[in-house]
Structure formats: C-alpha cells, structure tokens
Design a protein around this ligand. Structure first.
Ligand code: ADP
Ligand code: ASP
Ligand code: MG
Length: 412
C-alpha cells in the first residue's frame, strides 16, 4: 500500500459544502488503495479574522498568545473534515500539531519544525483510518503552542510526508498549478508542468505564495516530490521535482513579487569595523530575517546602510536599530514600507549573461526606478516603489516571453 499526504488550503475548506467535497476527494484516494494523511488549513479568511481580533484588543499582541489564538482556526477544520469523512463511511481521526508530535523551536508566529514523531499517525494508518492533521501548528519543548508562519500548512504537509516516507505530497489549492507569475495579476501567465526545487524555492521566497518557502526547503532537502493541483478542477498540476535538462533550456521560468517587505535605512553610520555586525547581530537575536542589504560608499567616514525586513517585523526592527544608532552615533533611522520586490527566476540563467540588464531595461522603459538590487545564481531581484509592483510583474513577464502562446525564450 502506498502512502499519500494531501493538503487542502483555506479556500478549499472555505465552507461546509467545500469541506464535504474535500471529504469525497480524500475518500476516493483512500478507496484507490493508498494510506491517506490529510493536512488542512483554517477555513478561508479565518486566520485573518483572528489576527484582526487580536489587533482590536491591543496594537502589539503578545506573540505567544497570538499563536494560541491563530492555531484555533485549523482545529475547527480538522474536526469538521473528520466528521465529513466519517459520514461517507470511512474511518477518520483528527489530530492537532501536538498530538502528532510536531516539535518546533519557540520562535512564536514563525516557528521552525525541529522534529516530528508521528507515532500516533502511524497507529491510525495501521488501523485503516484516514488521519486529518491540523496544518500550521506545533508545540515547543515546553508544550507552548507555536505556528509556522503564514502559509505554514504547506510546510506541515511536506514535513509530514517526509517523516512518514510518503510516496508524494499533494498540495490542493485554488489554482491548478504553479504559474509563470501569479495568475491573479498576470492574465496570460502559463502553468508549468514541472519546476525544479531550486526555482520553486526562489519563487516562493520571492513572494509566490502558492507554496510556503519552508515547505520547498524540506522537499528539496529530502527529495520529496510535491504535486500542486487544483481542488476545484482537474488537470495534471505542477510537479516540483529535481532539476532536469529541459528546465535548463529556459532562461527565465517565472516572475514573482512581494509587497510584504519594508526598508530600514540608517543614515550617517560611522564607517568602522564591527558596526554592521552590531546592527544585524541585534536584529538576528530577535529572529528577524533580513533580506537585502546595501551599504553606500563612505564619505568623510560616514556611510548609509539600507536593508529590508518583513513588514510584520518592521516596527520592532526600527526600534532595535534606533537603539543601536544611538550607541554607535548614527545620525538618523528611517522606515519605508511602500516598497515591493520583483524577481525573475530560472535555472537557465546560470549559463546566460545579460539577463539582469534585460530586466533593468524592461523596468526603465516603464520609468520604474530601482532602489535596491540583489542577485543569486538563478535569480535577480529589484526593490521598487510598491505602486508599480503589478505593472513591473506584467512588464517582466512580457519581456522574457513567458505568456500564453508566446514562444519560450530558449538558449541557442
Ligand atoms: P491556499 O489557501 O490553498 O494555501 P494560497 O492563497 O496560499 O492558497 O496560494 C495560492 C495562491 O497563490 C493563488 O491563488 C495565486 O494567486 C498565488 N500565486 C502567487 N504566485 C503564484 C504562481 N507563480 N503560481 C500560482 N499561484 C501563485
Ligand atoms: N491558516 C494559516 C494561514 O492563513 C496557515 C495556512 O493556511 O497555511 O496562513
Ligand atoms: Mg497557502
């Protein structure tokens, strides 16, 4: 008997009728002979609603209590889905993150999985039950409830698939696969049949929220194939898998954008050894992830440092940096949260020069100013003004010939 882990996102379990439909799909997979573990998200909009409630109570909710609160969304969906499956005549049992032994660190609201024991899941599967697991949540060593960051149910699913050595992990969502760009803003975006772990990792971390970045990290590390499919329509979906030669033929595979970052600038920083270490050391202590960093050429012993952090951490980062600025004698700290990051991604970029300049030209033609640039072997990212984000994505999608019916830009 094979074993499959299926994950259904918020829209897929958005109301009772949809939960019944999901139950049917799950039962179908079970009756086809596979052992089935289902991971579910909170019902559509529920996590946002809970976050809003907390903000009504206080401007800066305590992170531990926040996780206690938002983890409840998933608990509702697992119970309802288990009932729906049972009413179709199959055995099912629901489990919280703690019950299936998802042990995380204590970084509330963005915890990382350290270990999964999954003993209860194995037992349930042995008894022929369909196991329904709450996504997004775990517990730390002291059994405090933790959550894995927005979109974290994807990570629960992939981590579970790895822990149980499942044959594959199927992610069911409201799109029928991974596209060359977010199909909700680029109408002629194209579904990819296959995408490499590396590309998906860059696309996800650059803002393509169809998969949470951590879930792709897990999949890549343990070579767990992920199949992204639609809950609502058929189709073969997109397979996230090991890189192959076909993939290398295409220079740019996708465009992503993110508006969830903010830019912190420290003005007039004394240019001497140890200053950057001090600023970024203190930020890292608070588990704040810094993405791009630029430091200007120093003039008369002073320089400026800019960097980006998630918007949700921006106020905290600003406070930390203000403290450090006083200690080191920097002149001023500013925050700009009206920025966006647009990125092009493709493993074919490795053997290709001039891709970055093509990107800059395409943005320049639309008069879009670039504030920061960062590159990796298979990615180029630019920080621009937030109001141009969607335009920039469409322009780049066009410039690299990614649209429907257009010939792919292939290496010759
Ligand atoms: P779920 O609730 O099922 O986890 P999400 O909303 O988290 O679903 O992710 C699916 C959404 O991701 C899609 O509706 C789409 O708008 C967005 N998205 C962004 N980039 C891409 C992309 N490159 N391909 C497919 N979907 C994308
Ligand atoms: N419910 C959580 C969220 O909205 C986790 C998830 O859906 O993956 O972010
Ligand atoms: Mg999601």
């Amino acid at each position: 008997m094979g074993l499959v882990v299926q994950k259904y996102g918020g829209t897929s379990v958005g109301n009772v009728a949809r939960i019944r439909d999901v139950a049917k799909k799950v039962v179908e997979a079970r009756r086809a002979g596979d052992g089935v573990v289902v991971v579910v998200s909170a019902m559509a909009g529920e996590t946002d609603r809970l976050i809003r409630l907390a903000r009504e109570v206080t401007e800066r909710p305590n992170a531990r209590e926040m996780d206690m609160l938002v983890s409840t969304g998933e608990q509702v969906s697992i119970a309802l889905l288990a009932m729906a499956i049972q009413s179709l005549g199959e055995l099912a049992e629901s489990f919280t993150g703690e019950q299936v032994g998802i042990l995380t660190d204590s970084a509330y609201t963005k915890a990382r999985i350290k270990k999964i024991s999954a003993d209860r899941l194995r037992e349930a599967l042995k008894e022929g039950k369909i196991a329904v697991v709450a996504g997004f949540q775990g517990v730390d060593e002291r059994r405090n409830v933790t959550t894995l960051g927005r979109g974290g149910s994807d990570t629960t699913a992939v981590a579970m698939a790895v822990a149980l050595q499942a044959d594959r992990c199927e992610i069911y969502t409201d799109v029928d696969g991974v596209y060359t760009a977010d199909p909700s803003i680029v109408p002629d975006a194209r579904r990819l049949d296959k995408v490499s772990y590396e590309e998906m990792l860059e696309l996800a971390s650059m803002g393509a929220k169809v998969l949470q970045t951590r879930s792709v990290e897990f999949a890549k590390k343990y070579e767990m194939p992920i199949l992204v499919k639609s809950t609502f329509m058929g189709g073969q979906g997109t397979l996230v898998t090991r890189e192959d030669q076909d993939m290398e033929q295409v220079v740019v595979s996708g465009v992503a954008y993110a508006k969830d970052q903010a830019k912190v600038t420290v003005v007039g920083v004394p240019d001497r050894p140890g200053i950057a270490a001090k600023i970024f050391g203190r930020i890292a202590e608070e588990n704040i992830v810094v993405d791009m960093i630029i430091q200007n050429v120093s003039e008369r012993g002073l320089t400026d440092i800019s960097f980006t952090v998630p918007k949700s951490d921006a106020i905290q980062a600003l406070e930390i940096v203000k403290e450090v600025a006083t200690e080191i004698g920097a002149q001023e700290v500013t925050l700009d949260d009206r920025i966006a990051k647009v990125s092009i991604v493709g493993v074919g970029m490795r053997g290709h020069s001039g891709v970055a300049s093509q990107m800059f030209q395409a943005l320049a033609r639309e008069n879009i100013n670039i504030m920061m640039i960062s590159t990796s072997e298979i990615k180029v990212s630019c920080v621009i003004e937030a109001k141009y984000a969607e335009l920039a994505v469409r322009v780049l999608h066009d410039a690299f010939g990614l649209g429907e019916g257009r010939p792919e830009v292939k290496e010759v």
